[in-house]
Design a protein around this ligand. Structure first.
Ligand SMILES: *Cc1c(COP(=O)(O)O)cnc(C)c1O
Length: 382
């Protein structure tokens, strides 16, 4: 009964989503804090005051949401955890200030950045040349490559888990092809600086799109949004799922030159005209309007990360330096899968990958101080 192409699908395997809720969940890089109370207020008001809007199609182009996202990026420079807050007013740290104003025509939004990424693959990556990416990066990229028939050139990381930028560039030049990676990268947590990415784009093919996925940048990385002033082929991918406490809202977005946004919009209008429902548009707008709240959440997560990392290092663990809301850790003599099982038996879910090369690592999402205290107790005697 199935179409032949089904045989080639290798779906993404997400972190476990337990139905019984008895676990402390530190396995999917979700934010441990709820969305801003203003999001809850806006949703209640929307449903109470405009129930008829649920009977109508939403704005297919999410124009209000694009305006609010642009406003938030201009107020933060794209990095929440360094944003300065005075009352309700947010200003970027000097190192993050944008050299231009992000405008709504530079934003595209979709049903989670996973959907946005799939449209990016469709719009920009050809089938006649390999897409260049690191071996260890977001594991959805190879899934989409399989789905769209895009060949891959996977470049090993250096021994210290950083990107092998020189080899990635050499491959991109050899094949005249695009590059994609997460910055900071997952599951390592390591990031390139903006000047490192600038040097990379300068040497990458000019007529091919260069994609940087900034799902985690708000927790302490350097955003590449300022580089949009220099490179018309740069596409920055971002999400509400991590730093904006909104994984359940399914909102992701792109920041890029209006011409590239147009191309992705064409793909959207050929596949799913209304990717973002009316309720999510309201929630997303309300979230962007309370940037100050999310700045506090990002700062709390970053502080807890550094304190938890120090604790594990003290216990002899190798903790890769993280700019994200998770840490990637390993201890010599400890089997990764057994450690994962041990922690799960004590009621806490962390992420373990069976992938050769990282099978002895655990990826631990940073939760609230109380959740991390529970994990300290469980890991202290490992
Ligand atoms: C979580 C994550 C995404 C997906 O985010 P959604 O918006 O929830 O689909 C994309 N890229 C990276 C690197 C991620 O970690």
């Amino acid at each position: 009964m199935l179409a032949k192409r089904m045989a080639g699908l290798h779906p993404y395997v997400p972190g476990e989503q337990p139905k019984d809720r008895k676990y402390i969940k530190l396995n999917a890089n979700e934010n441990p804090y709820p969305p801003s109370p203003k999001v809850v207020e806006a949703l209640n008001a929307f449903v109470a005051a405009h129930p008829e809007k649920l009977a109508l199609y939403p704005d297919p182009d999410s124009l209000s949401l694009h305006a609010e996202i642009a406003h938030m990026l201009n107020a933060t420079g794209g990095v929440l955890c360094r944003t300065h807050v005075q009352g309700e007013v947010c200003t970027p740290d000097v190192q993050d200030a944008l050299p231009f104003t992000v405008t709504p025509d530079m934003i595209y939004t979709g049903n989670g950045s996973d959907e946005v990424l799939s449209f990016v693959f469709y719009a920009f990556f050809d089938n006649d040349r390999p897409l260049v990416l690191p071996t260890f990066t977001y594991s959805f990229y190879p899934v989409y490559a399989g789905f769209y028939g895009v060949p891959l050139e996977q470049v090993s990381l250096h021994a210290d888990w950083s990107l092998d930028v020189q080899t990635m560039l050499a491959k991109a030049q050899e094949y005249d092809s695009s590059i994609i990676f997460a910055n900071p990268n997952a599951p390592t947590g390591l990031g390139l600086t903006r000047s490192q990415v600038r040097a990379m784009i300068q040497q990458a093919p000019k007529d091919k799109v260069f994609v940087v996925d900034e799902a985690y940048v708000d927790f302490g990385g350097e955003s590449c949004i300022p580089l949009l002033a220099e490179f018309p082929n740069l596409v920055v991918v971002r999400t509400f799922s991590k730093s904006l406490c909104g994984a359940g809202m399914r909102l992701g977005y792109l920041v890029a030159a209006p011409e590239l946004i147009q191309a992705v919009t064409t793909v959207k209008n050929s596949l799913n005209h209304f990717p973002i429902d009316a309720v999510s548009q309201v929630a997303g707008c309300a979230a962007c309007k309370d940037t100050a709240y999310y700045v506090q959440c990002a700062k709390r997560v970053a502080e807890e990360r550094d304190s938890f990392a120090a604790f594990l290092r003290d216990k002899g663990w190798n903790v890769l330096p993280s700019q994200t809301n998770f840490i990637f850790v390993q201890k010599s003599g400890i089997d990764g899968h057994k450690a994962y099982e041990h922690i799960k038996n004590d009621g806490i879910l962390v992420r373990h990958f069976n992938t050769p090369g990282i099978e002895n690592f655990l990826r631990i999402t940073i939760g609230t101080p109380e959740q991390m205290q529970a994990l300290r107790t469980v890991m202290a005697d490992l």
